[in-house]
Write a protein of this length. Structure first.
Length: 524
């Protein structure tokens, strides 16, 4: 029986990997490509890890699993908390593999906290609260430490290291190095039919240092030859060495998958969607903006944090959005990337003011303003594509989706700015749809069509001959598992049990996670 080894580099893009492959910097990935097939892997809309990884885990679009952003709002309030495994409102393939008796080793897959009870071992990924077990079984980290190993959580907060790339790269290499050693030990000392592992240093690095590693960035030519350029490439080399080490532990008939959850494009300009809506006259800020607005900016942010502490705001106004709701017709509803805007609709949104009878007209006007908005500095339009909710989302959780969705044009980030639009500061790269895939194994054939991230769950189940508990939106990639392989569906209900029955995160933990999210540039 063949096994599946899935190695994911969060945010990897051929635009960056191809030149590194040509330089000979990634010999192990090159060897995998040479014995397999490579392609683009289409991500989800919205194009970020928080929506994409649940689509990986479930095989369905965000409209069917209900995760659209790094935050989810408590219904009927403006309180928002970081999303967790419990936010995924659909059965994952982990439940299917568990039901089929297949053993799993899952490491750092985003949104697997709180750790589900699976047949196997799991260390959660994503943004995690400190001081809690983030594994299944709960003592897995103790087991690692008895073996002299460590699995550091969180880290790589790239906004914290603004203008200190050396220190950022040191931390990213150190954290990743420890996780690689722990992964090798777990591969050797646990039983698994599926080994799936996600490496986030690529995504974090490309957000802040695309100008050193991405040829489509205007500063690339002058930066690539510097010492920081070389050190940035070492992030990829470290993970390439890990591919070599993991694949040394594979058997000839194992299916090997190398993927990313989304691609990356460089940016030199950044927007702030709430400020842009304010400029258009659709949003008024609340007075608290004076406190919360400057938080991401170095020393000012630290002062602002202290004010936040002093006023005892922790847990009371978790993750506030500085909007005066009684005077705003629209607001940013995908705050991590700025890709979603919603109408402040009466009867749906708490404090909604737009009459449902006016919804279509207001939305059409806002879409028109957003899509025709021209960057005064470059003369270009930052919004490449714009969609109405119903044109993208058909699933059962479509009613909680943003009303308007956008994709950024090349050169633009729709978030990470202090004003409506400005030169990008520390951010030099942001997400795009086109991720990567390499498949190698006995049945692998060249890809006939472009595979999608939502194809991964049914494909993994087909490869391991495990029935699916739900109908996936994605399909089995026959070019990966052969034309005879299929995924049987089985009428099973429910999701994988989660051990604790307490609230997923406490308010204090939400505050800690919020702090880390700010460090990752996902919140202002
Ligand atoms: Zn990212």
């Amino acid at each position: 029986m063949s096994r599946v080894i899935l190695i994911a580099w969060d945010g990897a893009d051929w635009r960056i990997l191809d030149p590194l492959l040509e330089r000979g910097d990634l010999p192990n990935l090159q060897a995998l490509i040479d014995r397999g097939c490579k392609s683009v892997l289409k991500s989800t809309i919205p194009t970020h890890s928080w929506a994409a990884w649940p689509s990986f885990l479930t095989g369905v679009d965000p409209a069917d699993h209900g995760v659209y952003d790094i935050l989810e709002t408590v219904p009927g309030t403006h309180k928002a908390y970081p999303v967790t495994y419990k936010s995924i409102k659909e059965r994952t393939f982990l439940a299917d593999l568990t039901a089929a008796g297949k053993r799993q080793l899952l490491l750092d897959v985003p949104l697997t906290f709180p750790a589900p009870e699976i047949n196997g071992n799991l260390i959660a990924g994503g943004v995690l609260p400190k001081g809690r077990s983030v594994s299944f079984p709960a003592d897995l980290q103790d087991t690692l430490s008895k073996a002299g190993l460590e699995w550091p959580i969180n880290g790589m907060s790239w906004t914290t290291y603004r203008n200190r790339p050396d220190a950022y790269l040191d931390e990213a290499l150190a954290v990743t190095g420890k996780r690689i050693k722990a992964s090798e030990w777990l591969m050797d000392n646990t039983e698994w039919d599926l080994f799936a592992t996600v490496w986030v240093s690529v995504d974090r690095t490309q957000h802040c240092l695309s100008n050193y590693v991405a040829p489509d960035h205007p500063d690339f030519a002058k930066n690539t030859t510097t010492a920081i350029g070389a050190k940035t490439r070492s992030i990829y080399k470290q993970l390439d060495d890990a591919i070599g080490s993991f694949l040394q532990r594979s058997k000839p008939d194992d299916l090997i998958l190398f993927i990313s959850d989304h691609g990356f494009q460089s940016c030199t300009r950044a927007l702030h969607m709430d400020h842009l809506l304010h400029q258009f006259g659709y949003l008024e800020f609340s007075a608290s903006n004076a406190i919360f607005g400057p938080m991401q900016w170095g020393p000012v942010r630290n002062v602002a944090r202290k004010v936040y502490d002093k006023l005892g705001l922790h847990g009371k106004v978790s993750l506030p959005q500085s909007v005066n709701w009684s005077k705003s017709q629209a607001y940013t509803s995908i705050r991590s990337t700025g890709e979603g805007v919603s109408i402040n609709l009466a009867g749906r949104d708490p404090d909604g003011i737009v009459d449902p009878a006016d919804y279509e007209e207001v939305r059409a006007k806002i879409m028109d303003r957003l899509s025709s908005f021209v960057d005064p500095k470059t003369g270009r339009t930052p919004v490449k594509a714009i969609y109405r909710r119903e044109d993208v989302f058909k699933g059962k959780h479509a009613d909680t989706a943003p009303d308007i969705l956008m994709e950024p044009a090349e050169g633009y980030s729709l978030t990470h700015a202090k004003s409506a639009i400005e030169d990008a500061d520390w951010v030099s790269g942001d997400h795009r749809m086109d991720g990567v895939i390499v498949a190698a194994g006995p049945g692998v054939q060249p890809f006939a069509t472009t595979p999608m991230l939502i194809d991964m769950a049914p494909t993994i189940l087909a490869a391991l001959d495990a029935p699916a508990g739900i109908k996936h939106t994605g399909s089995v990639l026959t070019s990966v598992v052969g034309s005879e392989a299929s995924v049987k569906s089985e009428a099973v209900a429910g999701t994988v049990e989660i051990a604790d029955e307490e609230p997923t995160v406490t308010d204090t933990e939400a505050d800690e996670m919020e702090e880390h999210l700010r460090g990752l540039g996902y919140l202002e």
